[in-house]
Design a binder for this molecule. Structure first.
Ligand SMILES: C[S@@+](CC[C@H](N)C(=O)[O-])C[C@H]1O[C@@H](n2cnc3c(N)ncnc32)[C@H](O)[C@@H]1O
Length: 553
């Protein structure tokens, strides 16, 4: 333990103006101050905490009152002191970065905007109890429960709660939050706080085992690379009851990295994610942690159709947690990188939404070997059921004009089901003959074929109502696929997230063709412009209500 007494003396000088009262320069003195402030009045003492209080000494009355005044004025001198007495290395091991009070206030204010008043507030990884203290004022009738693994922090939280007159309705439990017993109550619980950020290589094997087993119980997979904040999200999803709600500020990593998949899954399922605010690092966020944070709001068991996303440099603004834009939940379901969803389209216009709000865009299937899987003379004897008229060249879409109404000029792609037992004898023999020839040409050995369920099954996507080219020296062609042609990877398919009438689809295709310019894509040397599926989803279009009217046609 490092005693940073020079810093601390300066802190006390600024805070209290009495150098002769510099007494909190050790953990023992910090605990003495906490006891002097009434920490014993808050229940659930553990043996470890009691042992820590054996060397408690009585601090001068005016010294204790000075600290009490600071706490009453909304400061956290004990919490600050605890941080200053621990080295950054030591704090990293337990993820102890306490939350700036303005952010705590903003998150608790959001909780107040919810229509339900919690019967209980839980701060997982309580630290000095900053969230519990703010929630105590916001919800005067709520029970307050802190769960903290560091005994000194737990004692400090008790002192803070006692000073605020919350002893009777507070409990602080010294425990690992993941396995702490949280009794069920009949009313709603608010889970609020800043789960510890500890990287996976500092976590022990038992914790990792807990994560994979607990995720498994929910039918989810957990990565062993998950940081401790992921464990806290999972523990909350498991402890929470329907209609419990909450907000956590964590590192924003989980939005995009592979190990964050578990949190993304929980957010969309059991946790009932409502909104995410990405907070860019500034001096106002965490002074000792220059990472991007995310504030995640949830209502357990809910399944909102639209999810709020925003990005801010100032998380202390109260509106930050309610403004932003509402995005269709299917976008979250289909994307595995979420932070991009917080970026507003540059030219956002009134009444316009991104195409991705309405439709998913998917590149067509890769065959792995067009010379084999695009039907030619060698496949003419195959049963019709495995031959699919398909757009296999971009020029077929450029030539189609507004709509592709006829498939007679398109080539067929051979798509054979994985289960060959579905064919009657004659067809099966013809398919086996074809597959024998394809194998002789090495069709089963290519990378794509080896990574399919069955090497012979191309797995074409279903016909997309609108097809688009995506790589050319000109803007993409958007074509209504009236003929239900399939497409391979030279085109993107545009699939409505919810059914759209043929009229709206016609207008949408027409509108995209007439308005999308190459500027919206990614231009490569030589003027070749490419639209990846996700880039195409970001194209702005009038919202569906507008498309219903003639105005935009
Ligand atoms: C990021 S700090 C947040 C403290 C406080 N909630 C705040 O926002 O100011 C995380 C806290 O979690 C505690 N902690 C770390 N691992 C824990 C665990 N497994 N169970 C409970 N608390 C834990 C740390 O000791 C630290 O106090």
């Amino acid at each position: 333990m490092v005693n940073n007494s020079a810093y601390f003396a300066q802190f006390l000088w600024q805070e209290f103006g009495h150098t002769n009262q510099v007494e909190l320069n050790s953990i023992e003195n910090l605990i003495s101050a906490a006891i002097g402030l009434g920490a014993r009045k808050v229940g659930e003492w553990s043996r470890t905490e009691l042992d820590l209080t054996t060397s408690v000494r009585t601090l001068p009355f005016d010294r204790i009152e000075g600290i009490r005044n600071q706490i009453n004025r909304g400061h956290d001198p004990l919490g600050e002191t605890l941080c200053s007495l621990r080295s950054p290395e030591e704090r990293r091991g337990s993820g102890a970065t306490f939350t700036p009070l303005p952010i705590v206030e903003a998150m608790v204010s959001w909780a107040k905007t919810m229509r339900v008043c919690p019967d209980r507030v839980i701060e997982p990884g309580t630290g000095s109890g900053r969230f519990l203290l703010a929630a105590a004022k916001a919800f005067p009738g709520a029970q307050l429960l802190g769960i903290e693994s560091d005994p000194v922090a737990a004692i400090v939280a008790r002192a803070n709660l006692a000073v605020q007159g919350c002893s009777k309705r507070s409990h602080v439990v010294l425990s690992d939050y993941r396995i702490a017993d949280v009794p069920r109550i009949s009313g709603p619980t608010l889970f609020i706080g800043n789960p510890p950020y500890v990287r996976h290589h500092k976590l022990d094997a038992a914790g990792k085992k807990w994560l994979s087993e607990s995720a498994g119980r929910l039918g989810l997979k957990a990565s062993q690379l998950s940081g401790l904040h992921v464990h806290f999200f999972l523990a909350t999803a498991l402890k929470g009851q329907k209609d419990d709600f909450g907000a956590f500020i964590t590192s924003a990593e989980w939005l995009d990295v592979n190990y964050g998949e578990l949190v993304r899954q929980l957010f969309l399922t059991r946790l009932g994610g409502q909104g995410i605010t990405v907070v860019e690092p500034t001096s106002r966020t965490f002074s000792d942690a220059a990472t991007t944070s995310a504030i995640t709001q949830f209502v357990i068991g809910s399944r909102p159709e639209r999810i709020r996303m925003s990005r801010t440099k100032n998380a202390a603004r109260k509106e930050t947690l309610t403004d932003g834009r509402l995005l269709n939940r299917s976008r979250f379901e289909s994307e595995n990188r979420w932070s991009i969803l917080t970026r507003r389209p540059e030219k956002a216009r009134e009444g316009y939404i991104e195409l991705g709000e309405l439709c998913e865009v998917h590149r067509g299937q890769v065959t792995g070997a067009n010379r084999i899987w695009i039907a030619a003379i060698n496949s003419s004897m195959l049963p019709e059921s495995v031959l699919f008229p398909c757009v296999t060249r971009a020029k077929e879409l450029f030539a189609a004009g507004d709509a592709l109404c006829d498939v007679s000029h398109l080539r067929d792609v051979i798509d054979i089901p994985t289960d060959l037992a579905v064919f009657e004898k004659g067809d099966r023999r013809r398919i086996d003959d074809f597959l024998g020839r394809a194998k002789a040409l090495g069709a089963d050995r290519g990378y794509v074929a080896r990574n399919r369920k069955a090497w012979w099954s191309v797995g074409l996507r279903s016909p997309a109502p609108i097809l688009a080219t995506y790589m050319a020296r000109r803007p993409p062609a958007f074509v209504r696929n009236v003929a239900d042609a399939r497409h391979i990877n030279i085109a993107h398919g545009i699939y409505p997230r919810t059914p759209l009438s043929p009229q709206i689809l016609d207008r949408l295709a027409h509108l995209l063709s007439s308005t999308v310019t190459i500027k919206e894509g990614r231009t490569y040397a030589g003027g070749l412009t490419k639209f990846e599926p996700k880039e195409m989803e970001r194209i702005l279009i009038p919202n569906p209500m507008e498309l219903e009217t003639e105005r935009v046609a």
